[in-house]
Design a protein. Structure first.
Length: 792
């Protein structure tokens, strides 16, 4: 935390100095590079006319060299030249930062605009980019061309003016000035056309380029703030836009070169990187086919701001208080802003950093409407990622990959891929890949050393829940690999589908996984859905812990058909406590999935449940599923139970192999059927050294159907007088009970306290202990044979 505070203090101090230094009069002064004198241009009606003859033309490149370059709120720098000019390249050599509060206009059709000032560049006020091609702003020390010639930003260096294309931006040392942007620039759209041209107006910005062109900011640090995200508090605006183009942000803190490619920023030589801050309702948009946002920095901090790279069409949208309302849903997902232009494929967001922060309502979006593939979000972070919302639902922060096309052939949402050392999600920090229509949701792939999710944080993949639309969209997979994972305070990893034909999965690999305080890992087959629920696969090498009403659930909701997903757990140790639950359950006609649990060491349940139930009390209800457990020791304490029961359907089977001990202290193993003609499931307990029932119950009871069979195979079997083993049927045929044990306590023992069984496993001694131990009673030398002898 101290590092962050120090950074902001230094950054703010620098900005104050930057503003003071650049608070000179607005002026454009040409240096003596191309003539024998310095010349201050005079504006005419606020416009500086910068014609081709004031610079140097080499092939299709037009070079300008300024001593100072500053523009006031009402001023314009207008570049002009021949139609064959492809690049207008300007450098500022005087050593003062450029303060741009007016308009930079390039009147040459299709020509790219370059502005280089190694002392820094700041845009604010009524800044506007009125250009016909791409726009590149940098504090680099030189510009490199395809023929290896270099244009230096210092007149003391020997520059070479080339006719070749620009190939790279170069920095000669670690003293690299920043680029700063305050606000969103001047919006010149006719607001009388607001409700006729919407949503196009909503994505106008003063700092943008024409469709299909790129924007790059390459500097030491990059800071954008006060984006002022709406017009009239209603219409969302962006701070910077490169629609159907690429948006590059590169922050550097060492010597090196960077080039721009369609797949990102290629860097060579940088031993340190700078910082990117997107703050206070700043918004970046690079949406449409082949569009991307690339950020390359040491630290990336996105606070109450958002990035959008995708075409999302919600039709009639009204943005209010960081929310989005749609004609198709009362409240879609309360997103703070979306690109609402129509059609085409979505773009990608790629961020490489040492640290990354999304806070106070910050969001990154990709998406697609109708046809086309949604863009991916790819975060490659060396150290920490923090996704932290405010303490209210309308100010959450997160990553969102969305598909909203309503036709059956609509496009799919993109994937979300995250790699980092640590990922912290807190206060409604969300990672979501979702389909709201006919397309499929994307995959979520997280690979970190530590994952911590707190206070209503969520990782979610879901599809449209409105079955009446008769769509068959598929959810994506959720794959998480980490050493340590903690979910606390109502956090959730969730998978919801309305029609899953691919048996998608939540797959979690970790050394330690801890769920606490009503946290959940869930897979749901939504109401009215058909198909298969997603499977839950947990591979936890050391310890899996569920505490305080935390759950791992695969659920088929009411009015479903098909099957809820399966749960497969492999763990070193497993503890389930205080009203926590592992469950596959059906509430309708869908069948409950299987539960398979393999624990190398101990499985301890204290006031907890493992169940696989059918809850519908009507004919045609889905069957309960089977439960398979393999462990060394299994303890069911204080009302804990393993249950594969049904209200009015076939009960599931329970198979338990607890190699050393199975201990029930007021615990229950149940496969009962509570109504109807269906049979109870069977209970099989095998390959166990010791089975101890202390106020325990093992029941496989039925109503009108047949009771289940109970088979217990153990070297030692003990039960208290108030323990119950029953395979009865109220109206039907009783099941069979078979206890196979060479050491069976036929005379039931009295009920004992739990403490009496803390070493119960020692009761079944091995052969060596039986043959090698002795208890010898002998008399003390010199003592009488009988106590009465003392009185003789």
């Amino acid at each position: 935390m101290n590092g962050i505070v120090v950074f902001f203090v230094k950054q703010n101090c620098f900005l104050v100095g930057f503003i003071l230094c650049s608070g000179l009069h607005a002026e454009v002064i040409i240096d003596a590079s191309f003539s024998n004198q310095i010349k201050a241009l005079q504006p005419y009606q606020g416009e500086y006319a910068i014609s081709q003859d004031l610079g140097k033309t080499v092939g299709t490149n037009l070079f300008h060299s300024f001593q100072q370059f500053n523009l006031g709120n009402t001023e314009t720098a207008a570049f002009s030249g021949n139609a064959n000019i492809q690049n207008v390249i300007s450098r500022v050599t005087g050593g003062s930062p450029s303060d741009i509060r007016g308009t930079i206009r390039n009147e040459i059709a299709g020509a790219n605009t370059y502005l280089l000032n190694p002392a820094g560049v700041m845009f604010s006020g009524n800044a506007k980019w009125d250009v016909q091609g791409s726009f590149h702003v940098s504090t680099a020390d030189y510009l490199k061309f395809a023929d290896d010639k270099r244009l230096y930003t210092s007149t003391e260096q020997g520059s070479q003016f080339s006719s070749a294309a620009v190939s790279a931006f170069g920095f000669i040392d670690a003293q690299i000035a920043p680029v700063s942007i305050q606000g969103h620039g001047l919006i010149s759209t006719d607001l009388s056309r607001l409700f006729f041209d919407y949503p196009q107006i909503a994505w106008q910005t003063g700092l943008g380029v024409p469709e299909g062109y790129d924007i790059s900011l390459l500097a030491g640090d990059i800071r954008m703030w006060q984006g002022n995200q709406t017009l009239f508090g209603l219409v969302p605006l962006v701070s910077m836009a490169a629609e159907r183009g690429h948006l590059y942000l590169g922050a550097f803190a060492a010597k090196g070169e960077v080039s721009l490619t369609p797949t990102g920023l290629n860097t060579t030589g940088f031993s340190a990187l700078g910082r990117v801050d997107l703050l206070d309702k700043t918004s970046l948009s690079a949406s449409g086919q082949n569009s991307d946002i690339f950020i390359h920095a040491g630290d990336v901090n996105i606070d109450n701001s958002f990035l959008n790279a995708g075409q999302i069409n919600f039709h009639s949208i009204l943005g209010l208080n960081n929310s989005v309302l749609s004609e198709h849903s009362p409240l879609v997902t309360q997103l703070p802003g979306l690109n609402i232009s129509h059609g085409q494929a979505g773009g990608n967001v790629n961020i490489q950093a040492n640290n990354m922060y999304l806070t106070n309502g910050a969001a990154i979006y990709t998406g697609v409407s109708e046809a086309g593939q949604g863009g991916d979000i790819h975060l490659q972070v060396k150290d920490n990622i923090v996704i932290q919302g405010a303490e209210s639902l309308i100010s959450f922060s997160g990553l969102y990959s969305l598909a909203v096309g309503e036709n059956a052939d609509a496009g799919d949402a993109g994937d979300i891929k995250i790699s980092a050392d640590q990922l912290l999600m807190d206060n409604f920090g969300w990672i979501i890949s979702s389909s709201l229509g006919g397309g499929d949701a994307g995959d979520i792939d997280i690979q970190v050393r530590e994952l911590e999710m707190l206070n209503f944080s969520s990782i979610n993949s879901s599809t449209d829940l409105r079955a009446e639309k008769n769509l068959s969209s598929q959810p994506g997979n959720i794959i998480i690999k980490a050493e340590n994972i903690r979910l606390g305070n109502s956090s959730i990893v969730n998978f919801v589908t309305s029609d899953n034909k691919k048996s998608n999965v939540i797959n979690i690999h970790a050394d330690y996984l801890n769920l606490d305080n009503q946290s959940h890992i869930n897979s749901s087959l939504a109401a009215e859905a058909h198909g298969f629920g997603g499977n839950l696969i947990l591979d936890i090498k050391q310890h899996l812990s569920l505490d305080n009403e935390s759950n791992i659930i695969s659920l088929a909701e009411q009015s479903t058909c098909g099957q809820s997903g399966q749960i497969q757990i492999n763990a070193g140790q497993l503890s389930i406590k205080h009203d926590s639950l592992i469950s596959t359950e059906t509430m309708g006609q869908a069948h409950a999935g299987q539960i398979n649990i393999m624990v190398d060491g101990e499985l301890m349940m204290d006031q907890a449940i493992i169940n696989n139930n059918s809850e519908l009390a009507l004919a045609g209800a889905g069957t309960a599923g089977n439960i398979q457990i393999q462990t060394q020791n299994l303890s069911l304490l204080n009302g804990a139970h393993i249950d594969s029961s049904a209200n009015q359907a076939q009960g599931g089977n329970i198979n338990i192999e607890s190699k050393q001990q199975l201990y029930l202290h007021n615990g229950h193993i149940v496969t009962d059927v509570r109504g109807g003609n269906d049979n109870s499931g069977n209970i099989e307990i095998s390959n166990t050294e010791s089975v101890i029932l202390n106020r325990g119950q093992i029941t496989a009871q039925a109503d009108a159907g047949r009771g289940g069979n109970i088979n217990i195979g153990s070297q030692q079997f003990m039960r208290s007088t108030d323990s119950v083993i029953s395979a009865s049927s109220r109206m039907g045929i009783d099941g069979k009970i078979h206890i196979k044990s060479p050491d069976t306590t036929l005379n039931p023992m009295e009920a004992l306290d739990l403490a009496d069984f803390t070493e119960a496993r020692l009761l079944a001694s091995d052969c060596q202990a039986q043959s090698g131990s002795r208890f010898v009673s002998g008399s003390l030398d010199g003592s009488p044979l009988s106590p009465e002898d003392f009185f003789d």
